[in-house]
Design a binder for this molecule. Structure first.
Ligand code: BGC
Length: 472
């Protein structure tokens, strides 16, 4: 594969690392923030969850910025926002500046969550797109583990400011690294900047005819109106199915409970009677399994396809959650074995998530929308993901108080079963297809055209797509 493509996606994926780091770092920092500021359980909750609200907003802004300014400039903007948020949190003179800083970090996290998969999907050749886009999810999981380790390292000095400050390093690399990377060729073509793509592709390795065909394929059927596309268009009938799939998977990814485990694993485990001990060390094996299973997913995603991974993932999550529920229901008869049954099922649950639902959601929302609305549509799906994350994080502990751990985990298991059927019926397979073919399969391109009537500059029929690497 083209070295330039790999480098570009690798650098952009630092945005994924920051997503993981900034969502993970707060659990450790929260232990020491009360040393400096007066906090209540409400303000502590706010420091955690205001990031999710920021991310919801950032996801909306990020995709629109990507459609208007280009993917590259939007990513550079996100890096600057990360630096600003990091500075506010690190230097915060008061609790409220810290809360504002967490919101700004959220803007960065949310916009990166849209921009990284978008850019990667448009740079990658079809047969490796799954693996390249899922590098984002791998970096998210690594970011979470690194955050646990950094928290642990600075916990000895109780230095929560340093925990936040470390994020400035990857944010600076993202900023400087993106300055030298190319813009997405699809975006350039759709914004009348074909010549730049032509210049870049014209390195003697490919024929003029190939370049013409690639550009023809990237050009969206609706290129003439590309710049006027906006939120309103997401409601067009042709996009309905793709919107249902994207937003449906966003809700499913969060409502099947992943962040109840990522954010609350130590709480769940100490409920099983395991000594509270060092919360960080308890969370670490779960974080590591998350990374390892994501690596397995990356190896399989372009070979087996997205649907088999999603279905296996949901089935595995459902079974693990049922067992987890039983470990609480049968607490008395299991005795000392209970914490081990609980820990094993938590690890199995995270592995099952990481092998499918984790990476595939972010991949599909970058694949299933036509070029001209890809940014806005992926924004809407991502924003729905952050809103769902916020809602679940808010209600999880109160639901446990109301119905008990066993019933709570069984409810999550039932949601996995329902989601299994949603995926089986509605989610398309996108393995090995070009982004344009996927839109054609879903009927989105035609649907958009029908909604606006026939056009005079129809693309000639019967053209074979180049299917060759989308390098620029
Ligand atoms: C989800 C996050 C989650 C992470 C865990 C991502 O795909 O969107 O909410 O914390 O996976 O690895």
């Amino acid at each position: 594969m083209d070295h330039q493509v790999r480098l570009a996606v690798g650098i952009a994926a630092i945005g994924g690392f920051l997503f993981g780091y900034d969502t993970g770092v707060v659990s450790g920092a929260l232990l020491y923030i009360p040393n400096d500021f007066d906090t209540t359980s409400f303000t502590k909750g706010l420091i955690v969850s205001v990031l999710l609200l920021g991310a919801m907003t950032g996801a909306l802004i990020g995709g629109r910025a990507a459609d208007r300014l280009g993917r590259k400039k939007a990513l550079i903007g996100a890096a600057i926002v990360f630096l600003l948020g990091t500075a506010l949190c690190t230097l915060a003179p008061s609790l409220w500046v810290l809360v504002a800083g967490r919101f700004v970090l959220g803007l960065g996290v949310g916009s990166a969550s849209v921009l990284v998969p978008l850019y990667a999907s448009e740079m990658a050749p079809p047969e490796q797109r799954g693996a390249l886009v899922s590098l984002n999810q791998l970096m998210i999981t690594i970011g979470i583990v690194v955050a646990y380790l950094v928290d642990w390292a600075f916990s000895h000095g109780e230095n929560w400011r340093a925990m936040f400050a470390v994020a400035a390093i990857p944010a600076t690399i993202l900023l400087l690294g993106m300055l030298g990377r190319p813009e997405s060729p699809r975006w350039l073509v759709n914004h009348g900047r074909e010549d730049e793509v032509r210049d870049r592709l014209d390195d003697g390795d490919v024929s003029e005819a190939w370049i013409d065909r690639a550009i023809e394929e990237w050009r969206d059927e609706d290129a003439a109106r590309a710049r006027s596309r906006g939120w309103r268009d997401l409601l067009l009938p042709g996009l309905r199915m793709a919107m249902i799939v994207g937003i449906g998977l966003a809700v499913i990814q969060q409502f099947t409970g992943i962040n109840t485990v990522i954010y609350y694993a130590p709480t769940i485990l100490s409920d099983t009677g395991l000594a509270p001990g060092n919360a960080i060390l308890q969370a670490l094996p779960i974080g590591i399994v998350n990374v390892l299973a994501t690596i397995v997913a990356i190896r399989l995603i372009d070979r087996l396809g997205r649907r088999p991974l999603l279905l296996t993932s949901l089935a595995g999550m459902a079974v693990s959650l049922v067992v987890l529920g039983f470990s609480f229901a049968l607490k008395d008869s299991l005795g000392g074995a209970q914490s081990w049954v609980a820990l094993t099922s938590l690890v199995a649950y995270v592995a099952a998530f990481a092998i499918g639902l984790g990476p595939v959601f972010w991949l599909l929302i970058a694949e299933i929308y036509p070029n001209v609305v890809r940014g806005s549509a992926a924004s809407a799906a991502s924003s729905a993901n952050w809103l769902s994350n916020f809602a679940v994080s808010l209600v999880f502990l109160p639901v446990i108080d109301a119905v008990g751990q066993d019933v709570t985990f069984w409810i999550l298991a039932a949601l996995c079963v329902g989601s299994f059927f949603f995926v089986q019926r509605l989610v398309p397979e996108t393995k090995g297809r070009t982004l344009e073919e996927i839109s054609a399969d879903l009927g989105t391109t035609e649907g958009l055209e029908q909604a606006e009537g026939p056009r005079s500059d129809e693309r000639p029929g019967g053209m074979t797509p180049p299917g060759a690497p989308a390098t620029a």
